[in-house]
Design a protein around this ligand. Structure first.
Ligand code: TRP
Length: 457
């Protein structure tokens, strides 16, 4: 069968795909969320489960998503539909693409708000607001910011404009140009911060905290959180990697590229832990502070250390880069779909998508000040606010479910020859092993974890 081509263009090389996909994967999830989730869930054992989920469940699914994209060469909705038709299956599989696009909007709506906090913090760091700040001082700066809708709105708007600007310029002139610079810079900044943390912070305690597994602290809910995070951090379960895969040149090994991206992403999360925790521990602060870890605990720590203004500013700059290269991937599937099905130009598609995500973000902003509330999820008392509802809805429910269905689609629906053809680079046993994992191991493992969480097992 002749290969399809994408109307949106292609990555100019394998490296560009790797940079773009790594940019999508490395985000607030790695640098903001992973350290605080680890802190909330007791450290080492959580990290171990997360690593297991990455290796066993999400890397195979990443390959599956990229493969769907490259075979279909369209937005996730249309790729799924085309491949389903090819396999004689129901066209309703496109709903999986729809769920993903909606999840992207929802994630972007709160992602952009947090990115707004980060921009605001970058300003404060640079201007030395946190120098020798006390715990009360840091917490009041944080509270003042998150309960000030006007200020948040301004930053949220700026971030959304940054995102739309890149996406509207397309694959080669927009996405590639940005990731080519930001992703290498991101790694460089992170290394500088880890070296600094190792010199001035308590590295031993941080390493012990991250890698010493105490299974008594591991609840079933924590296992589910770790698995959900494995999907979130690799940007899986919602079609983003399908979209990026649809621009992948033929002949590039999907297996190798996916593994490189997953390893880089995991490395960033662990390095982020090694940049954050030594600084936190050296100042006798607590690791279990939740989302405030990076916004309340860390500024205190930077405020007390030599060169704190400089390194603190680098840290928030790093977060801006990470958030930006992810935000563009969050709306790319929807923009691609609008261009394909509504036949509008990319620029208009990007603006419309941005407006909708912006409006949703406004709701999140208001939820911090005017509409806060508390709720429980599978026995874990959660913090409050719409933000948590959106976070749980996406990372704990939609992404794992979406990922499971992607695996089922590739394993049980798609024509086996197409699958094998796309993974051409895999030696015989490699393909059989991966196919077995996608068909049996991934679904079984996910169902087992789920049964355990709801208390059936
Ligand atoms: N992986 C991103 C992070 O770690 C978050 C994310 C989830 C994402 N799904 C995505 C980013 C889809 C881009 C596209 O922060």
């Amino acid at each position: 069968m002749s290969k399809r081509i994408s109307i949106h263009g292609q990555w100019s090389s394998r490296l560009m795909f790797i940079l773009a996909a790594t940019g999508a994967a490395v985000g607030l999830g790695n640098i903001w969320k992973f350290p605080y989730l680890t802190g909330e869930n007791g450290g080492g054992a959580f990290v171990l489960v997360y690593l297991l989920c990455i290796g066993l469940i999400t890397i195979p699914i990443m390959m599956a998503e990229v493969l769907i994209g490259r075979r279909g060469r369209q937005s996730p909705v249309n790729s799924l539909q085309t491949l389903a038709i090819e396999a004689g299956a129901s066209t309703q599989w496109r709903l999986l693409g729809w769920a993903g696009m909606l999840a992207g909007l929802v994630i972007l709506s709160y992602y952009s708000v947090i990115a707004g906090w980060i921009l605001a913090y970058l300003m404060r760091m640079v201007t030395g607001v946190f120098v020798r700040v006390t715990a009360e001082g840091a917490s009041s700066i944080f509270t003042q910011l998150v309960t000030d809708p006007e200020r948040l709105l301004a930053w949220h708007t700026i971030f959304m404009v940054m995102t739309i600007k890149v996406v509207s310029r397309g694959i080669r002139n927009g996405l590639e140009k940005v990731v080519k610079i930001l992703v290498p810079m991101l790694f460089f900044l992170l290394l500088v911060l880890v070296v600094h943390a190792a010199r001035y912070g308590d590295l031993d305690q941080a390493v012990d905290y991250l890698f010493h597994s105490d299974f008594s602290k591991l609840t079933p809910a924590a296992v589910w959180t770790a698995m959900g995070h494995a999907f979130f951090t690799l940007s899986l379960g919602m079609g983003a990697m399908v979209a990026y895969g649809s621009y992948l040149p033929n002949g590039v090994s999907i297996a190798k590229a996916s593994i490189v991206v997953a390893v880089l992403d995991t490395l960033v999360a662990l390095l982020a832990g090694l940049a954050v925790f030594p600084v936190v521990f050296a100042n006798n602060l607590a690791a279990g502070d939740g989302p405030g870890l990076v916004f309340q605990t860390l500024p205190i720590a930077f405020g007390q250390m030599p060169g704190g203004v400089f390194f603190g500013s680098l840290f928030f700059l790093l977060l801006v880069f990470a958030a930006w290269t992810s935000a563009i991937a969050l709306i790319e599937p929807l923009v691609a779909w609008l261009v394909e099905n509504r036949e509008i130009e990319r620029i208009r598609a990007s603006i419309w998508t941005g407006i909708v995500a912006w409006l949703l973000g406004v709701v999140t902003i208001l939820s911090f000040s005017n509409w806060s509330f508390s709720f429980n999820f599978i026995g874990v008392p959660k913090r409050h606010g719409l933000f948590d509802v959106l976070d749980i809805l996406t990372s704990s429910i939609i992404l794992p479910l979406g990922g499971l269905f992607m695996a089922l689609f590739v394993g049980w629906v798609m024509v086996r020859e197409s699958v094998e053809d796309e993974l051409g680079g895999l030696p015989g046993v490699g393909f059989k092993l991966w196919y077995f994992v996608i068909r049996y191991v991934v679904p079984a493992a996910m169902v087992l974890v789920f049964l355990q969480v709801i208390g059936v097992l």
